[in-house]
Design a protein around this ligand. Structure first.
Ligand SMILES: NC(=O)c1ccc[n+]([C@@H]2O[C@H](COP(=O)([O-])OP(=O)(O)OC[C@H]3O[C@@H](n4cnc5c(N)ncnc54)[C@H](OP(=O)(O)O)[C@@H]3O)[C@@H](O)[C@H]2O)c1
Length: 322
């Protein structure tokens, strides 16, 4: 047990990745102060309250990214804050109100509160590969990508990639605020996350696998990178527990093809039919080379994509979501 006596706030605790972070923290002996928009909503909180250790060491607080100061009670007395809460959607009517404002304002609200709570020693934000893959000069197949690459907001805007823009602006605002206010900030940059779900409903990235099961290749991609939620959650916890951890951490998986995905899914759905594209026609080619040395040095060993896919389907079946 690493966390005995330590208190960690996890924002958006009922979300896909956050639920796994809460689970790992509880297993490692931490006390967790989780934030949710509505603590009375059993559908959002039931799976958290049922986790091992939750009865003794999990408390849920009401907080909304858009309400200034609403995270104060949850952050009060914490040793660290992990901040995954952010809207995740590619289809919105009003990008500013639905994505950008909550992502950026929420991040600054939380960091502002952290500056007022002297016990908070480290803040870990869940950013995304999205904040890396859209720099001013486009990433080409076989280019090398590491933590020094930053997406450019004007590129995201030109491409009308509002989710990517929200994450890029939020991460940028976080680095600026942390620098100005001397906050020990660490940023995690995962690729598309799959793996078993703890929450009862589908989240965006696991829904991509449900799409495959339904014969749809959402991004029209031939190449994919699918990282396991358990590795992503553990990376957050390792970043918390490793005093020398710093800066950004790419958490991305090796390339797999649509065929590779299909092969695993066919074990469960023999009649599966996925329309495959002849080439990668998404806005970004997934055939970039990526450095994951930094996160491996935190002690992360990546789960093979095949295992993640199998475990995703098993959990979807168990929850009657496919
Ligand atoms: N899944 C991926 O493939 C992936 C990849 C890279 C990065 N990320 C990042 O990882 C984080 C978690 O994503 P996820 O996949 O776990 O998605 P998720 O399950 O949709 O979780 C998002 C969380 O944000 C909360 N949230 C949204 N708007 C909010 C608001 N206004 N106030 C308070 N909370 C709000 C949601 O609360 P409700 O439950 O109340 O809606 C939910 O708990 C996000 O920052 C996302 O950008 C995800």
């Amino acid at each position: 047990m690493n966390g005995g006596g330590k208190v960690v706030c996890v924002t958006g605790a009922s979300g896909y990745i956050a639920s796994w972070i809460v689970k790992l923290l509880l297993l490692r002996g931490y006390t967790v102060k989780g934030t949710v928009r509505d603590p009375e909503d059993q559908k959002k909180t039931g799976h958290l309250l049922a986790l091992d250790g939750a009865k003794e060491r999990l408390k849920l607080f009401k907080a909304n990214l858009l309400d200034e100061g609403s995270f104060e009670q949850a952050i009060d007395g914490c040793d660290a804050v992990i901040h995954p809460a952010s809207p995740v959607s590619l289809t919105v009517a009003d990008p500013q109100a639905e994505l950008i404002k909550p992502a950026v304002m929420g991040t600054i609200n939380i960091l502002k509160t952290c500056t007022k709570v002297s016990t908070v020693k480290r803040v870990i934000i869940t950013s995304s590969m999205a904040t890396i893959l859209f720099p001013k000069s486009p990433i080409k197949p076989n280019d090398f990508v590491d933590e020094t690459t930053f997406s450019d907001p004007s590129v995201c805007e030109e491409e009308k990639q509002w989710y990517i823009l929200s994450k890029t602006l939020a991460e940028d605002a976080a680095w600026q605020f942390a620098k100005a206010n001397n906050i020990d900030l660490i940023v995690m940059n995962p690729g598309l996350v799959i793996g078993p779900i703890l929450q009862p409903t589908l989240n965006f990235s696991v829904d991509v696998i449900v799409d495959f099961i339904n014969g749809k290749n959402l991004f029209n991609r031939r190449y994919h990178r699918l990282v396991d939620v358990r590795d992503v959650a553990l990376a957050h916890v390792k970043a918390l527990e490793t005093p020398s951890a710093n800066g950004r951490y790419i958490i991305d998986a090796p390339i797999v093809t649509t065929n590779d995905i299909e092969k695993v899914l066919r074990e469960f759905f023999p009649d599966l039919c996925i329309a495959e594209e002849n080439e990668d026609i998404d806005i970004i080619s997934m055939t970039y080379n990526v450095s994951v040395e930094k996160v491996k040095n935190l002690g992360i060993e990546f789960t093979p994509t095949e295992t993640s896919l199998r475990d995703t389907v098993l959990s979807l079946k168990e929850k009657c979501l496919v």
